[in-house]
Ligand binder design. Structure first.
Ligand code: P53
Length: 480
């Protein structure tokens, strides 16, 4: 029989979402237009379009999400039924500062989160908050050019200060920028927009340099918020949020090993800066060879040093594999070019490689590299679900995915000593996919009756995985 483990006492079991993917109510309470509000519906073969403002005849799924804005008491009740100790969501920047550059916050937006957090706290579910999750004010894209502009540092700090003061006593765990390292894939304009509010066409010269400058400014802003947050409340725990997809070498060929090492360095230097408070040595050397200029002042370096994060929040869905080529003698890692299939793992219907052991591997790697507590703030399986005539959804494939990943997570804690705060599976209730804009790519324990065009009753119902996860939480991880 399989050996199972209990998680430490007070382990934070819960679920995770992001405001723009599930709130809807895109114009309620004085909310401004976010980058997600100008993204059309796509699917796994068709990329989402980004329109300049809202255009007639286009479909914008984030406008309705799953209408959590109006239905949150019902949804939170279901989270409580599953036994959630915590619930990770984001505060939509555009509800608080609709354009991003105002000096006074929008009270109606602040009040929405007050009420919603109170509803969670009624059940002793603590909110875990991401400050910026792919939903920046579109105005900051248009008028400022996104994060290559240092003015955004002040706008972000003002937003963070406002909410960190307002929700003192209600929130303890914060994260600054969601999956800040997705923009490693800078040649894909989708990631530059989502992470850094930069709107450019594919193939625009200088995209790699833009990415490094924008990421630098974000990490300075993040470090400022860490320092400021600790002044507002010394109990605050403020984390990074890294998209962890470990990158393996395809073979034991030494050049493949070197390529994988450089790929890991490239994809995870963000964590080095945010956890260690300084840039790793290899990166300025690489910039020199590539003729990339990044503006970094001595003042910035001081800020980064003082604003190291308290913990590493991360998502884990899949692993990657890479290999060296004769042409790439500098081992420059370009994500859109350098990934290959791993013959040892299976893929989801969206091509995401399923690799539970990679989670344990990643947790060990991060513990040894960054020496910080970890928080798995996303993990999950996007799949097509079939709703039966009797209303049931038999998502045994999702239960298997969670079983396998939670087991590896537990080994990392029980056998390897990784310091883990909690686990919040992604999309605990079905919502809009970030990459494709689909409803059909479902992650939830809770089914939401809605299709890709926004048709449906929005009725909530329990999938088989609902009772399964409930039992995992009730047994503190032992009953898998
Ligand atoms: P969707 C890429 C790689 C790993 C995670 O993704 C990613 C992405 C970007 O899409 O995103 C995170 O909805 C993200 C969530 C997102 C979730 O993973 O594309 O933090 O907002 O919904 C799942 O299937």
């Amino acid at each position: 029989t399989e050996k199972h483990y209990k998680m430490p006492e007070n382990f934070l079991w819960g679920g995770a979402v992001a405001a723009h993917q599930f709130e809807g109510g895109w114009q309620e309470g004085g909310k401004g237009v976010s980058i997600a509000d100008v993204m059309t519906a796509g699917n796994k073969d068709t990329a989402r379009k980004v329109t300049d403002g809202i255009k007639d005849g286009e479909v914008y799924p984030n406008h309705w999400g799953i209408d959590f804005y109006h239905r949150y008491p019902e949804d939170i009740k279901l989270f409580n039924e599953m036994g959630f100790k915590c619930f990770r969501t984001s505060i939509a920047w555009t509800r608080i500062f609709p354009n991003g550059d105002e000096t006074e916050p929008n009270e109606a937006g602040l009040k929405f989160y007050d009420d919603m957090f109170d509803e969670l706290l009624k059940y002793n579910i603590q909110p875990i908050i991401t400050l910026s999750h792919f939903e920046m004010p579109y105005h900051l894209v248009k008028e400022y050019g996104g994060w290559t502009n240092r003015k955004l540092i002040d706008f972000f700090v003002r937003f963070a200060e406002t909410v960190m003061k307002r929700y003192k006593g209600k929130v303890k765990y914060w994260m600054t920028f969601n999956e800040i390292n997705n923009q490693t894939d800078w040649s894909n304009p989708h990631h530059l927009l989502q992470d850094s509010a930069i709107k450019v066409k594919a193939g625009t010269p200088g995209m790699e340099e833009m990415m490094y400058q924008a990421a630098h400014n974000e990490m300075v802003a993040s470090a400022k918020v860490v320092e400021l947050g600790h002044q507002i409340d010394s109990e605050y725990q403020i984390g990074a949020m890294i998209a962890m997809c470990p990158i393996y070498p395809l073979t034991a060929k030494p050049e493949d090993i070197m390529m994988a090492e450089r790929a890991m360095q490239t994809r995870y230097y963000f964590g080095d800066v945010q956890a260690n408070g300084e840039y790793p040595n290899w990166l300025p050397k690489y910039w020199e060879r590539q003729n990339i200029h990044v503006e970094i002042s001595d003042y910035d370096r001081e800020i980064l040093k003082k604003g190291a994060v308290d913990y590493i929040g991360f998502s884990y869905y899949m692993s990657f594999t890479t290999k060296s080529t004769d042409e790439n003698t500098d081992y420059a890692y370009k994500e859109a070019r350098d990934l290959v299939d791993n013959p040892y793992v299976q893929k989801s219907d969206w091509g995401w490689q399923i690799d539970p052991v990679g989670l344990r591997y990643s947790m060990n790697w991060m513990q040894d590299r960054w020496h910080k507590p970890q928080f798995i703030v996303e993990n999950g399986f996007g799949a097509y679900d079939q709703k039966e005539a009797d209303g049931a959804v038999h998502d045994d494939y999702r239960i298997k995915y969670f079983h396998d990943h939670i087991l590896e997570m537990e080994k990392a804690v029980a056998l390897d000593g990784v310091n883990l705060i909690g686990y919040t599976p992604w999309g605990c209730i079905d919502l809009i996919s970030a990459s494709t804009g689909e409803m059909a790519k479902r992650y939830g324990f809770i089914y939401v009756d809605q299709d890709d065009q926004g048709n449906g009753s929005l009725e909530r119902s329990k999938k088989d995985s609902f009772d399964w996860y409930k039992q995992v939480i009730a047994s503190n991880g032992e009953d898998l």
